[in-house]
Design a protein around this ligand. Structure first.
Ligand code: CTP
Ligand code: MG
Length: 230
């Protein structure tokens, strides 16, 4: 199973000067934690990382420190996550039949989560890992007036990895480019093309490190995992 890791963002909401994936957690860069989980997954055989060329020297250092057994390819990212994934899809080896896409910023995803998604992808064309939402969600208009309260039991928070048949996802990305769709995950393109997206149980700890609070939470969780395994 092939894995693509979007890692070409700038981390604007983190408020840091550089790509947030280069910030450290317990002394190791965020991206390093993500890669270590991918390396430990039994299903993943190939890893593509989409990044901005100015970050490649730092990525090379991370890869040098990890010395992964799996082949890794650095791919030039785009201006948006959607564009970065598009570039990643073009760079997949020709034999890639199914692909998992996992945000570099979700550095707490476990190898078991990758394997669960990879297993499920053998029997459906598209999937996301997700968790039931805990908050009541409101749909709000431009005046900040609440317009709707969707039934919570139908709501799931989408995470990554997300997995797809390569041929289908490529088609959806092409259609998205033609029609100018702007989306924040790949499943949204799949849905817009009328294709089914299956839910696979995610992990509550699989947070996307987005703001400084997330960084503190992620470090806390990693420290707990480390102490438990002592
Ligand atoms: N990403 C990407 N290419 C982009 C933008 C984002 O590959 N042009 C990646 C990020 O590196 C991250 C993932 O997509 O791993 C999810 O994006 P997000 O959490 O929004 O990260 P950033 O875009 O870096 O953060 P922000 O939106 O706060 O600037
Ligand atoms: Mg972003």
């Amino acid at each position: 199973m092939h894995l693509l890791i979007p890692a070409a963002g700038s981390g604007r909401r983190m408020g840091s000067q550089r790509n947030k994936l280069l910030l450290t957690l317990l002394g190791k860069p965020l991206l390093s934690w993500t890669l270590a989980a991918a390396e430990a997954s039994g299903h993943i055989t190939w890893i593509g990382i989409m990044g901005q060329p100015e970050d490649f020297p730092d990525f090379q250092v991370i890869l040098g420190d990890l010395s992964l057994a799996k082949p890794v390819k650095l791919i030039q990212g785009g201006a948006t996550r959607q564009e970065s994934v598009y570039n990643g899809l073009q760079a997949l080896p020709l034999n890639a039949d199914r692909v998992l896409i996992h945000d570099g910023a979700r550095c707490l995803a476990t190898p078991e989560l990758f394997d669960r998604a990879a297993d499920a992808l053998l029997s459906c064309p598209g999937l996301i890992v997700a968790v039931p939402v805990k908050d009541t969600i409101k749909v709000v208009d431009e005046h900040r007036i609440v317009r709707q309260t969707p039934e919570r039991s139908n709501l799931w928070a989408a995470q990554t990895p997300q997995g797809f048949e390569v041929k289908l996802l490529k088609k959806c990305h092409e259609e998205g480019r033609e029609k100018g769709w702007e989306v924040t995950d790949d499943a949204a393109l799949f849905e817009k093309c009328g294709l089914p997206v299956t839910i696979v149980e995610g992990e509550e700890t699989n947070l996307k490190v987005t703001t400084p609070v997330d960084l503190a939470l992620a470090e806390f969780i990693l420290r707990q995992r480390r102490d438990r395994s002592k």
